[in-house]
Each structure stands twice: as C-alpha cells, then as structure tokens.
Design a protein around this ligand. Sequence first.
Ligand SMILES: Nc1ncnc2c1ncn2[C@@H]1O[C@H](COP(=O)(O)OP(=O)(O)O)[C@@H](O)[C@H]1O
Ligand SMILES: [Mg+2]
Length: 454
Amino acid sequence: MALKDRLEDDRSAGDRTSKSTVQHWRQRLLEEINLDELARLTMTQRRARLEKVVGLLVTREGPVLAAGERANLIRRVVDEALGLGVLEPLLADPSVTEIMVNGPDSIFVERAGRVYRLDNGFASEEQLYQTIDRIVAQVNRRVDESSPMVDARLPTGERVNVIVPPLSLVGPILTIRRFPRSYSVEELVGMGSMDPATGMLLAAFVRARLNLVISGGTGTGKTTMLNALSAFVPEHERIITIEDSAELQLRQEHVIPLESRPANIEGKGAITIRDLVRNALRMRPDRIIVGEVRGGETLDMLQAMNTGHDGSLVTVHANSTEDTVHRLQTLASMSDVKLPFEAIRDQIASAVDAVVQLSRGPDGSRRITEVAVVDPARRDASALRPAVRFEFDPIGPDREVRGAFRPMQLPEALLTRLFHAGETVPPVFSTGARGPGGPPVGGGTNGHGPQGGR
Ligand SMILES: Nc1ncnc2c1ncn2[C@@H]1O[C@H](COP(=O)(O)OP(=O)(O)O)[C@@H](O)[C@H]1O
Ligand SMILES: [Mg+2]
C-alpha cells in the first residue's frame, strides 16, 4: 500500500484508470528487474534500462497501443519508478546545495549560501507523498504514523530527511542536502576561504601527521575542508574513512570508506561510528579520518591518536577553538569507559595538535576564522595558541564579509616537529610578522604549494 494510503484515508484523486494502469506496469517492472544490478547503474543508464524492460513487458503482455500512447505509458511508468517529479531539475542543477520542501506548495532552495523560494511546487499533496514514498523505499524504510521521521538517501548520495503530519503542522516536509562537491585547497584559497599561507601551513600539518580537528557549525564547510585537506595524505598510506553517510571523495589509491548504519524498522542492527572506529583500529590503518565525532567514539579517537595512530583527521560541531576542547571533553565523557574529567582533558591535550575553526558569514561565504595549535612543549588544556586569525572588517550595507587573514608565529617546538618531518612553513609563521624585506605571504619557499596533494 502506498504511503499516502497508509497515512490517511484516500481522498478522491484524478484519473483512476490510467493511474492504476501505471501502477500495474510499475509492479510488473519491479518483479522483472534485478534491483542489485540496477543499483550499480548511473541514473541515465537506469532510466534507459527501465524503459527497455517496460517496453518489452508492454509488448509481451499489454494491449496494442498507438506509438504515442505507448511511449507515454512507458515514460509514466519509469517516472513513477524512479522520477522525483519537480525535484528532478533541482537535483540536476549543481548550483543548488539544499532543497527544502515545506508541504506541496512551498519549495525553497539554497544557492551559493542563500535561500530562495521557488515559484512552482508539487501538483498535489498526494504527489509529494508519492515522491517521499519513493525516496524512503530506496533505503527500505517507510514513513507512516508510527515512524513519521525518516532519514534516507537518494541513489546519488544526497541525504534526505522526512517528517510528516501529525508532527509537522504544515504538511509533509522534505529536506535534501546535496552531495557536496569537492574543492581543492587551491580552490578554497581562490574563494577566499583561506589565504595561500594558511593553505600551505595546513598541507604541511597533514603531511607531518599532526592530528587535526576541523570545527564549525552545521553547513560551515567542515566536510569540504576535511576532504580538501585529506588530499595531502601521501599516496602510499592506508586510509580508513568513517562517516554517517559517505561524503568524502578521497582520490588516493588505498582508501577504505566505512559507513555507519541506522537501526532497521524493528530498531535493530544499528552500527555506530563508534563501532566502526573500534573496528578500524584492527584494520592496520595509517590514517583514520572520521567525518564527524558526535559521541563516545571521541574517546576511542583520542586514545587512538595517543597510541600511534597520529595524522588523524576528524570534524566536530563547535563554535570556536576553545569550545572545541570543551565539546571534545563532553563527547569523550559520553563513552561507556568512564574516565575522570582531568584524564579526558589530558588525553585531548596530548592527542590534538591543531584545531581549524570554520564559520559561515551572513553573505553565505564560508571561511577559516582561526587555526589554533597546541604547543607540544606545554601540553595542557590551556595550550591552544592561535596560528592564523581572520580579522573581520565591519560589515557594510551589502552584508559582504571582508577582512584579512593574520598569520602568527608558531610555537618553537612545533616548528621543530615540522622541520623533523621534512616540512617548512611560510616564513610568516616562523617570524610572526610580514617583515618589509621578507617574502610575500604565500610566496612559498617549500616548493610544495597548497595544491601539493594533487
Ligand atoms: N569554503 C566554501 N566556500 C563556499 N561553499 C562552501 C565552502 N565549504 C563548503 N561549502 C558548501 O557549503 C555546504 C556545506 O558544506 P559541508 O562541508 O557539507 O559543511 P558541514 O560539513 O560543516 O556541514 C556545501 O554545499 C558545500 O559545497
Ligand atoms: Mg559535514
């Protein structure tokens, strides 16, 4: 039974006959095709494949139809089987980063960090429910009164959240987060998210196996930054990535992506990030990259970083570099291993080498607002020292964010550690100032450049 019917009693709807015909052929199609095989095809290949199968079925079992009628029927059946209606053109538009459906008549999209309302919507609430049903069926979930909130994914990887009445008071709500495109550090520099010197600094940190925490609010670009920085992990290393829904797109040869799994309809079978972190430690990783730490796995990560798994990269939801330390403390204390607060603090101080703080401006721009490093010579909770700060100019009437990245001198012990790892950093980080005779910021004397990873 369709979602709509499960949720509420059928209301009268359009042309029943042709609708049930479409449903019939859709059913036959689903019986006929091999879903596993289909999952391996791209969207275009999938459509072509389905059209062919429906065509064969109609020829074999159906009435004789005029060519136009026949093509129309095939298209409707395939649309029904995989189309997402009004959402299709939005999904095909790479500049759309988020799609928010608030009931059938109200669709908002985010483009370049700003939110716009669309003129058109779904033809009816029923059509919206059908689309939702189609989306959640892909992950073998369903939405109904007993599970009115569901997280799902589109075949292309986009994350989808669904919440329906009675919890939502304005009709069924669908929020689609586009699969983020990947940016190189060079591109991020080009967009003003960091300056070239900061790019070189972070590249040196990754190559020198520092443990980095990327911190920021939702949608500030943490995953994007993690992806960009992971390009500097040397090619020969065995990298294990752990995420709730795989977004990272590493290009190295030896990458093992792991993805957690939510519980099924019966509430069983969940595999958490924590389970995966523990498992990853038994997989001989050279690097562990965790999409986002949200709970007890934080302690496992800290312990791993402290026991030889250096060079790890994680992201965390926090609003400043100091807040990151507090947040890691809180998350690590959610572990079933109960450590005293001081012990957790010490673990953090000795595990974390640098925090990269991101934020999103009122104009939708995302940038690094601070890079803070832990001084290896005095590792305690107050040891965070700024290495780069973005200094904001006052916001003008155009609401554009302007300002400048200010580099600061790195602790002596950290410079030594980088030096021993064969890395040099732009001179602004070793002299603390842009001397009048010194090389320009980002002039780069180490020959690596921020794009060195690839
Ligand atoms: N530096 C940036 N400049 C512009 N857009 C960015 C930048 N970083 C990320 N984005 C975009 O912002 C959105 C959120 O990015 P994401 O990395 O998923 O954030 P988070 O992981 O913090 O939630 C994506 O659409 C992404 O393409
Ligand atoms: Mg993210």
